[in-house]
Design a binder for this molecule. Structure first.
Ligand SMILES: CC[C@H](C(=O)O)C(=O)SCCNC(=O)CCNC(=O)[C@H](O)C(C)(C)COP(=O)(O)OP(=O)(O)OC[C@H]1O[C@@H](n2cnc3c(N)ncnc32)[C@H](O)[C@@H]1OP(=O)(O)O
Ligand SMILES: [Co+2]
Length: 134
């Protein structure tokens, strides 16, 4: 069911510093910040030959990543995003298997303009999983 690794997300305490470090020290292709108010984050994508890194920074006062950053003030790997062909079929299968889908359970449009869902980290080896329909 899951396909390519679409991105690995890193929650960061300073978006500009993280972007500058990847751009200068690591010579990476770093995009511009994108506010995603529907998700409570500002994101920056780092494009790699085989996948992307997604920097996350809280946006607004109800960001779902604020708790994570409070616990990890230096930042840390936040989630993995896997691609799926049919996000509703994937969701229904996972719910049948007992996995918890976060939020309303209905997909939201993510940073790439595609439907996304999140699965509880406690159900997947302590790793927050995002599914993105491609
Ligand atoms: C623009 C969209 C973009 C895209 O790619 O398109 C995005 O990726 S948006 C990314 C931001 N949005 C989300 O992360 C939505 C899903 N996340 C959530 O709903 C919350 O972050 C949640 C429920 C996973 C955690 O929220 P919170 O930390 O406030 O809740 P708890 O403190 O109750 O945490 C429960 C339990 O889980 C552990 N935890 C929290 N976050 C993570 C994580 N990223 N990875 C692994 N584990 C995590 C937390 O430590 C608690 O564990 P416990 O042992 O009970 O202390
Ligand atoms: Co993501």
């Amino acid at each position: 069911m899951i396909g390519r690794l679409n991105h690995v997300a890193i929650a960061v305490p300073d978006l500009e510093a993280a972007s500058a470090q990847y751009r200068t020290m690591l010579g990476a292709d770093v995009g511009a910040p994108q506010d995603e108010p529907d998700h409570g984050v500002t994101v920056v994508f780092v494009t790699l030959p085989n996948t992307k890194i997604e920097f996350l920074y809280p946006l607004g006062d109800a960001s779902p990543i604020q708790g994570f950053l409070d616990k990890n003030p230096a930042g840390g790997i936040h989630h993995m995003c896997y691609e799926v062909e049919n996000i509703i079929a994937a969701r229904d299968h996972l719910v049948t298997e007992g996995a918890r889908v976060l939020g309303s359970g209905e997909p939201k449009i993510g940073a790439h303009g595609k439907p996304v869902l999140f699965l509880h980290p406690k159900d997947f080896q302590g790793c927050l999983i995002e599914l993105e329909e491609v």
